[in-house]
Design a binder for this molecule. Sequence first.
Ligand code: NAD
Length: 352
Amino acid sequence: MRAAIFSTKRYEREPLAVAAGRHGHELRFLEPRLTADTAVLAAGCDAVCLFVNDQADAAALAVLAAGGTRLLALRSAGYNHVDLAAARAHGLTVARVPAYSPHAVAEHAVALVLALDRKLHRAYARVREGNFSLDGLLGFDLYGKTVGVVGTGEIGTVFARIMGGFGCVVLASDPVESAACVAMGVRYVPLTDLLAASDVVALHCPLTPETRHLFDPAAFARMKPGAMLVNTSRGAVVDTRAAIDALKSGQLGSLGLDVYEEEAALFFDDHSDRGVVDDDVFARLLTFPNVIVTGHQAFFTREALVAIAETTVANLTAFATGCGTLHEVHEVHAASAPPLLPSHGPVHLQEA
Ligand code: NAD
């Protein structure tokens, strides 16, 4: 197949080229993000490969379909950036990389927990300036603390296992219980109970209409005062303005973000030459000493990059030949999923 790779970064070219070479596919590496304006760059390509901030909306998909594209092969597990109904209407198949390395993301979430707890970001800067004072660096033992995991799929399950290893009590909230989590002693509770009991809350659910701003002012108010929140899932699961208010009042003790709801304008590129962050909400976040933000790097391990490339290329082959596994994304109607917070009202028919 001929495939256009949108949002290509230097570090992905080699693993993708190696995998594509073995399968006989031809790749067209494109640096721009997919939008309705850039979609024309894929004209003549049977497939396009997209990353998390590519904008596969109805307008972009119409241009892709007109240019001969038949497959969207996502280089991600999440597919919230794709208008699945529009893809279906244009006859486009959507495939993803369901699990490239849940360890990469779960371990990064743990890194954020430990860094925030033991204030490693502050300690690092202090020691380099010859300041060995411990004032302000007081942490807490993770052993015996309660950790709440929102979403116990591939990543949440690995995260739960690691936190169990620290001796934490692990609670979980997910409409679908993981047998592996139940077997390791994770207790499923309603989200309200999880929020009230947890010293650390980690988000590992996808972004859907139900989880958009799941962490709103009401959710922050329900959290244990001074608790930590870590989000490596998708930015819009957290209402950033509500998080800032909760940090200002002290209701939220610390915040670790690998994702941000307006990250598409910032992440994955070097903006340092401008010296100014245009986004005032993001700039406010960076003023808090108890906030750590990383730029969507949780997935970024050697193992994950190779696995993403291999599965993406295998998706191309499966689509082209009908042999092997095509990890297709279907529209999911979640009418049966229970509401997680009373304030979020009934669950509506939706596309996950
Ligand atoms: P997964 O599909 O294996 O698991 C997601 C889990 O969330 C499922 O068990 C599902 O039932 C649950 N869920 C759905 N709605 C929920 C809700 N309202 N409340 C609680 N749980 C809910 O996905 P995964 O591979 O574990 O990935 C989880 C998310 O992590 C992805 O959707 C993606 O957005 C994000 N992610 C981030 C990075 C990164 O680099 N930061 C990398 C990969 C994935």
